[in-house]
Design a protein around this ligand. Structure first.
Ligand code: G6P
Ligand code: MG
Length: 242
C-alpha cells in the first residue's frame, strides 16, 4: 500500500466472515467511473455551470462537489433546490445539460484516464481478477469506449439497470451478479460519499479515493490510483481481515 497511513480500519466489522474459517478471496474489482477512472467530474462541472448560468441559478465548484455520484436527475433537483419547475422544463434542462456534456466527451481519448488506472487494469488482467464498472452515468458505455479500456472491463452497469441509485447498494450488487461473484468477493473503488455508502451497504470491500471527509467511511482511503498496485492492495485487505 502506497499510503499505509491512510488505511482506515473503522469499518472492519462491517464485513462479517465469522461463519467462515478463512476470509473469502477477492475475485473481482468494481470501479465507479466518473472521478475514479476518468476526470469527467470537470466536464460535469462545466456543463452544470453553463446550464445554471443560463437559468440564473447560483452554482459553483463547491456546489458541484455535492453532486458526485448522483444521477443526472438527482443532480438537477439538488441544483434547483426549492425552485418549482414543470416536468417538461426539467426534462428540457436534463437534455440540454447532456448535449453540452456530449460535446465535451466526443473527442476524449485515453489521455483522460486518471493516473494509475491503466496500469492497475493491466495488473488485474494478469492476476485473473474480474473487472466491472458500476456508474451513475447514462453515458458510461460511450465514455468507456472513448477511453479505450473496454477490452479490460468484463461488465459495465449503471444505475438505470437497477431500481435505486447510489447510495442504495443495488448497482454494485447487480454488477457482482453479472460478474458471477458474491458481494464479499468484490472490492470497489469509489470517489463519492454516496458511492462509498452504496458499496458498504452491498457488503463489499471499499477503497475510497479522495479526502477523508468525503470517502473516510471506506475500508481504505487513498488520494487516487497513482502508484497503486494490486499486490499491495491485497496485502492491505488481508491485514484488515485479520
Ligand atoms: C456520475 C457523476 C455525476 C453525474 C452522474 C450522471 O455519478 O459523479 O456527477 O451527474 O454520473 O452522469 P450522466 O452522464 O448520466 O449525466
Ligand atoms: Mg464517481
Amino acid at each position: 500500500m502506497t499510503k499505509s497511513s491512510n488505511l482506515t480500519q473503522d469499518n472492519r466489522s462491517s464485513l462479517d466472515f465469522t461463519e467462515e474459517s478463512t476470509p473469502p478471496q477477492i475475485r473481482g474489482v468494481i470501479f465507479d467511473m466518473d472521478g475514479v477512472i476518468t476526470d469527467t467530474i470537470e466536464y460535469h462541472y462545466q456543463t452544470w455551470q453553463q446550464l445554471a448560468d443560463e437559468e440564473g441559478i447560483p452554482f459553483n465548484r463547491e456546489a458541484n462537489e455535492a453532486l458526485r455520484g448522483l444521477s443526472r436527475r438527482d443532480s438537477l433537483l439538488k441544483i434547483l433546490g426549492s425552485r418549482s419547475c414543470s416536468e417538461a422544463k426539467i426534462q428540457e434542462m436534463l437534455d440540454r445539460k447532456n448535449r453540452y456534456y456530449l460535446e465535451f466527451i466526443q473527442n476524449m481519448n485515453s489521455d483522460r484516464l486518471l493516473p494509475g488506472v491503466e496500469k492497475l487494469l493491466n495488473e488485474l488482467r494478469a492476476a485473473n481478477i474480474k473487472t466491472g464498472i458500476a456508474s451513475a452515468s447514462q453515458n458510461v458505455h460511450r465514455v468507456v469506449e472513448r477511453l479505450g479500456i473496454g477490452d479490460r472491463i468484463d461488465v459495465i452497469t449503471n444505475v438505470y439497470n437497477v431500481n435505486r441509485p447510489k447510495p442504495a447498494p443495488d448497482v454494485f450488487v447487480y454488477a457482482a451478479e453479472e460478474l458471477g461473484l458474491l458481494p464479499k468477493e468484490c472490492l470497489v473503488f469509489e470517489d463519492a460519499e454516496s458511492g462509498v455508502e452504496a458499496a458498504l451497504a452491498a457488503r463489499m470491500w471499499v477503497v475510497g479515493l479522495g479526502p477523508g471527509d468525503r470517502v473516510g467511511q471506506a475500508h481504505i482511503v487513498l488520494p487516487n490510483l497513482q502508484g497503486v498496485h494490486w499486490s499491495d492492495l491485497l496485502l492491505a485487505i488481508q491485514s484488515l481481515q485479520g
